[in-house]
Structures are given as C-alpha cells and as structure tokens.
Design a protein around this ligand. Sequence first.
Ligand SMILES: [Zn+2]
Length: 240
Amino acid sequence: MQLVKLTPHIYYSEPERETDRPVLGYIAGEKRAVMVDAGNSGAHYEAYRELLRARRLPMPEVCVITHWHWDHTFGIHALEQECVAQVNTNRKLREMASWEWSDAAMKERLRQGIEIPYADTCIRAEYEDVTDIRVVPARTEMQERLDLDCGGITCRCMHLPSAHSEDSVVVYVQEEKILFIGDIYGDDWYQGKRDLDKTRALYQALNEIDFGLAVPGHSEPVSKEWLMGFLGQFIKDGQV
Ligand SMILES: [Zn+2]
C-alpha cells in the first residue's frame, strides 16, 4: 500500500484487492485536512496514518464516509478525528453494530443471504479473528450536503443517487477539480443487479459537476470522460 500524490493538496492510499481495502483519500488545505473513508479495520487506518507520518503530513481532523459497506466503515471505531456519514449510512451501521460478529453468525448471515460471499471472504482475509470486528456509527450525520472548509480548499460532501448504495456520498474539491466517488458507479452487489433509474440520475448529477478526475474506491483515478462513458452504456439512447 502506497500513498499517491494526485495534486499539491490531494493524496490517496492505494487499494488492496485480497482484503478489499479501499482507497483512503487525503485532502489538505492551509487550516486542516480531511480523510475520505475510514478503512476496513483499525489496522487499515493505522497503515494509512503511517503513510501520512512518513510524508510528514498533518493528521486529518475529519473523516467523511462514502457509503456503509464494511470495507469503507469498519475502521471508524479506531478514528481519533470527527467522522461524518450520511443519515442512511449511520442507520445501516447501527444495524450492523447490533449483529454478532463470530464465525457461526457470519456463516448464518451468508446462508440467509444477508451477507454476500465476496464480502465474507474479504472480511475473513482482513481479520484473523472475526470477533475483533467493531462496528460503530459516525458521530456526525449529514443529509444532502456539507461543506468542509480546509483553508483555501473546500470539501463539498454531496449525497448523490447511486445504483450501488442508496446512501452514497461524493467529496468534491472544486479548486483542484477532483471528485472522490467511493463505489458510486458500481452495481448493487447485495441485490445482484443495477437500477437503471438510479444510474440515469447519477449520470445527470455527475454531468453537472465540473471535475477532471474521479477517485474510485477500488481502482486508479479515472477521467470524467471515462466515467460518463461507463455510466452512459447502461442508459438507452434518448433516455438520458
Ligand atoms: Zn461498496
């Protein structure tokens, strides 16, 4: 896992496939820095902090969560800073916090179709002992929009429509034309399909945002052109 410098004010830690560790964003202004997503465990968060220390970068004061999926949120308990999540993200996190985290309970949720095989496999790859899992909600909730002033740099957090997850939040840095998008353009892995109305709504919302590069949760950054082309292929001609 490496820290990649994208612009003078924006970095991200690279994703890891085996344990499904997603990209963790870092946006720094003159006053403070913001983290995007909390990671899939306390160990993931600690690895991110180590990368920041090695570059002598100030620790983030706020963490913004892109959506409720385990790989983006199970590190929340380890955060020292403020954490912000959309209301529906927190609703889901409270539900998962009430679940039992044991080998047997995870197998039962898999059997009932509450959990998906890919997440189960990756959780077991990240956690040697699944009883170590701690799920907590974020301390601060947002609805549709929240602006975080970092000093010369503003993180605009926006709740957008998404087929991947209802609670999806993007973090837009207008000054550098960068958009952190989490997994917003993906399918809904829990439903095993893609909702085309939500895809169309996302296409329209993204089209109105002036960004050059989008930073997804599990890959290298992509251009706006690529992202619009990807979403456009699901939408029939004349229906956008
Ligand atoms: Zn996801």
